[in-house]
Ligand binder design. Structure first.
Ligand code: DAH
Length: 346
């Protein structure tokens, strides 16, 4: 019966899938060409009983349409697969990979790391303290008189007044000395790197924040000779064996005696240049023997213990090492500047 033949053909068309072009072509030859199955069914239709013609005609047309659509969609799918294959074949797997862009350490981190490593070799450990400080740790315990000009609004960023207590951003890392000594029993041998803040107009030579490294050594019998030898060793390690040092008497409330230390100019090696203002020397740090008042403020017996302290600016050392003339470069995050330190030790 024609009706059954159409039904079987429809079933076959609907179920058809092709995994290659040849199968699709076989489908076309079977159903769609003029000697194919559908054409044959149309021929058979001509002699069908008149009362069935309407229904059979409709079925046959549907079958034809289904077969054509199936062929078109199967062919399209096969073609797009082969296009994808072509694209895959076009990938050149022997090409070199894209380079990964490495960042670099900030020059201040490089210098801090170097300073820490040198003092580590001498047995100094690293200690840190808070950037928000009270008056006691930043000033009073360090023997600053109540009217000392360093407490002035000009220099200090005050945050809040708690009754008698001022809360401020620390103006130097010497506050960490106090925190360390308050903790307990000497001996202490530590360096204390960190960020400090001062209320200054930003320019090439000054910034409202910068970085310091503080040093402290407290034990029985520590002398100024120990201070000199320690700092001399440090400078030779950092700037090279031929670097000379000189100490000039100075004043800090928390040390007695106090000194500032100069090194022979790293640029002109002492000949005289712009950096050292033709003196051959550049100042790099302040230092001195810890004032007995400071020891007593921190509950350390100043008859039994002595010690030395020093403090230096990391930016200052970085300026000398890398000849950076403008302080603002350190905080601008300009990659053209930062990239220049890529080759430095990680
Ligand atoms: N705190 C000082 C400053 O910020 C630096 C300093 C000088 C620290 C002498 C010290 C020191 O420990 O003994 O300028």
């Amino acid at each position: 019966m024609l009706k059954d033949k159409i039904y079987d053909a429809k079933k076959e068309v609907l179920a058809f899938e092709a995994s290659d072009i040849q199968q699709a072509e076989d489908f076309r030859l079977k159903f769609l060409v003029s000697k194919g199955l559908i054409k044959a069914l149309f021929n058979e239709f001509k002699s069908a009983p008149a009362e069935e013609k309407r229904m059979l005609g409709k079925e046959l047309n549907e079958l034809k349409k289904l077969a054509e659509e199936k062929y078109a969609s199967v062919k399209k799918k096969l073609e797009s697969n082969s296009q994808q294959e072509d694209e895959n074949n076009r990938l050149d797997l022997t090409l070199a990979g894209e380079g990964v862009e490495l960042g670099s350490r900030h020059p201040l981190s490089l210098v801090r790391k170097e300073i820490v490593e040198i003092f580590n070799k001498l047995g100094f450990v690293v200690s840190e303290g808070p950037e928000i400080e009270d008056d006691w740790h930043n000033f009073s315990a360090l023997n600053f008189a109540p009217e000392h000009p360093a407490r002035d609004m000009q220099d200090t960023f005050f945050i809040q007044r708690n009754g008698d207590e001022e809360i401020a951003l620390r103006t130097h890392t010497s506050s960490v000395q106090v925190r360390m000594m308050e903790k307990g029993n000497p001996p202490f041998r530590a360096i204390m790197p960190g960020r400090v803040y001062r209320n200054e107009a930003i320019s090439a030579r000054a910034h409202c924040f910068f970085h310091q490294v503080e040093g402290l050594y407290i034990d029985k019998g520590v002398s100024f000779a120990d201070l000199k030898q320690t700092l001399f060793y440090f400078v030779q390690e950092l700037f090279g064996e031929n670097t000379k040092v000189r100490f000039r008497p100075s004043y800090f409330p928390f040390t007695e005696p106090s000194a500032e230390m100069d090194i022979s100019c790293t640029i002109c090696k002492g000949e005289g240049c712009q950096l050292c203002k033709h003196s051959g020397w550049v100042e790099i740090l302040g230092c001195g023997m810890v004032d007995p008042n400071v020891l007593e403020n921190c509950k350390i017996d100043s008859k039994k213990f002595t010690g030395f302290a020093f403090g230096m600016g990391i930016e200052r050392i970085a300026n000398l090492k890398y000849e950076i003339k403008d302080l603002r470069l350190f905080s601008e995050n300009d990659v053209r500047f930062l990239k220049q330190f890529e080759s430095e030790l990680i």
